[in-house]
Design a protein around this ligand. Structure first.
Ligand SMILES: *Cc1c(COP(=O)(O)O)cnc(C)c1O
Length: 302
C-alpha cells in the first residue's frame, strides 16, 4: 500500500487559550511530510483501492487551483508510487507562470503534468472528467479537493477513541468532504462545526448529500473571500505560532482558529465545553502566500 496507516498516534495538543472551555487541536498536519493532513486521509482509499486493482497503466488525474494542497498531495503520491499524474489547473494565465508558483513548481518536480484551463472550462469539470475518462479509460480521476464517497471512509480514520471525548469537533471547509466524513462517523452526542473558507451557498446541501446526517453547523469564516488574506489573519497566525508553537496556514486553518477564538470571546461554547479542532495541514501553501504578500509589501507569515 502506498498510503500507510500511521505507526504513531497523531498528537492532540491543548491550547490553553481560555479558562471557561477546553480547547485542543489534533495535528493531522504531522501525518506525512509531503502529503498533508486531511488530503492524506481523503486520498487514502481512493488511491489504495485503485492500485489494489493493479491497473496495467496506472494514471491519476485530478483538478485544483494554483495553490491547491490537493494538487500538491496527488503529485507527491505520483512521485512516491512512480505513477504518472495529470493536474488540471484553474487559470489559463498560469500557463507561462507556473515556475513562479511554489505549489505548481513542486507538482511539476514530482513529475505531474499540468494542463491549464480557463475558469469557464474549469467550472464545467464534469464535462472534462467525462472526456478524460473516455480518453484514459484506466485512469483514476479524482474530483477537486479529493471529495467523494471514498474520501469519507478515509476521514473516518481521523476519529478514534480519544476524539470521542469532545463535545465539539471543528474543521475548516473547502469542498466539504472532510466535514462530511466527520459528521458521518462521529458519535451521536457530538456537534460538528464547519468553518467555511469558501463563500459557497450550495455547500450545506453538498455536505448533507454525503453525510446524510444533520449534526453539523456551518459558520462563515472566509474573511473577505476564499484565498483572500487580511493583515489581521497574518497577525493572528504569527501570534498563534508564537504563543503555542503551532504553525497555521492562511487559507483554511488560520481562519478557522481565528474564528474559534472570536466564538470563544462571544461565549458561543457553553462553559466547560471540550472543543477539538482538526489541523488539516496545508502548510505548503505558506510559501506561495508569502510571495504574494511580499509583492504587496505586506507583513509575512513567519
Ligand atoms: C482542502 C483543505 C481543507 C478543506 O477540506 P474539504 O474536505 O475540501 O472541505 C481544509 N484545510 C486544509 C488545510 C485543506 O488543505
Amino acid at each position: 500500500m502506498i498510503l500507510q496507516l500511521p505507526t504513531e498516534k497523531i498528537p492532540i495538543q491543548e491550547i490553553p487559550a481560555n479558562k471557561t472551555i477546553k480547547l485542543f487541536i489534533k495535528r493531522e498536519d504531522l501525518i506525512h511530510h509531503q502529503i498533508s493532513g486531511n488530503k492524506y486521509w481523503k486520498l487514502f482509499f481512493n488511491i489504495n483501492n485503485y492500485l489494489a486493482k493493479k491497473p496495467k497503466k496506472p494514471y491519476i488525474i485530478t483538478f485544483g487551483g494554483a495553490f491547491s494542497n490537493h494538487i500538491s498531495a496527488v503529485s507527491a503520491i505520483g512521485n512516491l508510487a512512480g505513477i504518472p499524474t495529470l493536474g488540471i489547473i484553474r487559470g489559463e494565465e498560469l500557463k507561462n507562470k507556473w515556475r513562479d508558483n511554489p505549489t505548481l513548481l513542486y507538482a511539476k518536480r514530482n513529475g505531474m503534468n499540468l494542463q491549464f484551463v480557463t475558469r469557464e472550462e474549469y467550472r464545467h469539470k464534469e464535462k472534462l472528467t467525462e472526456f478524460l475518462q473516455n480518453e484514459f479509460p484506466e485512469a483514476l480521476i479524482i474530483p477537486e479537493g479529493g471529495t467523494n464517497k471514498e474520501a469519507l471512509e478515509g476521514v473516518k480514520m481521523m476519529l478514534n477513541d480519544e476524539t470521542k471525548d469532545f463535545d465539539y469537533l471543528c474543521t475548516a471547509v473547502g469542498t466539504g468532504g472532510t466535514i462530511a466524513g466527520i459528521s458521518k462517523y462521529c458519535e451521536d452526542n457530538q456537534k460538528v462545526i464547519g468553518f467555511k473558507a469558501v463563500d459557497d451557498a450550495s455547500l450545506e446541501n453538498k455536505i448533507l448529500e454525503l453525510t446524510l446526517k444533520k449534526n453539523f453547523n456551518l459558520i462563515d469564516s472566509c474573511f473577505g473571500g476564499y484565498g483572500k488574506i487580511k493583515d489581521e489573519n497574518i497577525r493572528f497566525i504569527n501570534d498563534f505560532k508564537d504563543d503555542y508553537g503551532i504553525p497555521l496556514e492562511p487559507i483554511y486553518t488560520g481562519k478557522m482558529m481565528q474564528k474559534i477564538f472570536e466564538l470563544i470571546d462571544e461565549n458561543y461554547f457553553p462553559e466547560n465545553s471540550r472543543v477539538l479542532c482538526f489541523h488539516t495541514g496545508g502548510l505548503q501553501g505558506i510559501e506561495g502566500a508569502n510571495l504574494l504578500l511580499e509583492k504587496q509589501n505586506r507583513n509575512l507569515i513567519i
